[in-house]
Write a protein that binds this ligand. Structure first.
Ligand code: GDP
Ligand code: MG
Length: 166
């Protein structure tokens, strides 16, 4: 089994932290120039049964400034090359316009989109339920997976879900 997974989300939600936890040292040996057609490979997670290639989609994190409509469309069409998309948010930040812009585009993608709510170590379980409720109203995610990238909570489950999907 193998597949491409894009991780998208606002700056500082914990994308790099999650990748470092999943891939560890291997990230350091990836070439900066490693590319699929339009996406940059950030790391490869390999087990005896599966391989997940995590990629970054340049342009998708900064929709508001400077990018023309054409550039934005290019960034989003690059997502058609992936098998799944992780949309990552931070449990300690409210859903904002930046999130909504990305979500509106993601809802038009054909591939499964997983909502990963990171930094659950910073909040009370009741708050987590409210966040899940809030995002459920904006989009029909394939699955909602709360994690803590720094503590490692639920990261194995996330990997299992991604592999099962392939
Ligand atoms: P990125 O911009 O999305 O790649 O975010 P980073 O991975 O650089 O993380 C931004 C900050 O959030 C760093 O200071 C991380 O240590 C912190 N962070 C990431 N994941 C977690 C988490 O699960 N819990 C907490 N408390 N902090 C986190
Ligand atoms: Mg980063």
């Amino acid at each position: 089994k193998s597949g491409f997974v894009a991780i998208v989300g606002r700056p500082n939600v914990g994308k790099s932290t999650l990748l470092n936890r999943i891939i560890g040292q291997k990230i350091a040996i990836m070439s900066d120039k490693a590319q699929t057609t339009r996406n940059k490979i950030q790391g490869v997670y390999t087990t005896p049964e599966a391989q997940i290639i995590f990629i970054d989609t340049p342009g998708i994190h900064k929709p508001k400034h400077r990018l023309g409509d054409y550039m934005v469309e290019m960034a989003y069409s690059a997502l058609r090359e992936v098998d799944s998309i992780i949309f990552m948010v931070s449990a300690d930040q409210k859903r904002g316009r930046g999130d909504d812009f990305i979500l509106e585009r993601l809802s038009k993608q054909d591939v499964p989109v997983y909502l990963v709510i990171n930094k659950i170590d910073t909040i009370h379980p009741d708050e987590l339920l409210a966040i899940i409720d809030d995002y459920r109203q904006v989009m029909d995610f394939k699955e909602i997976i709360p994690i803590s990238a720094t503590e490692g909570n639920n990261v194995e489950h996330l990997l299992d879900v991604l592999v099962d999907q392939m």
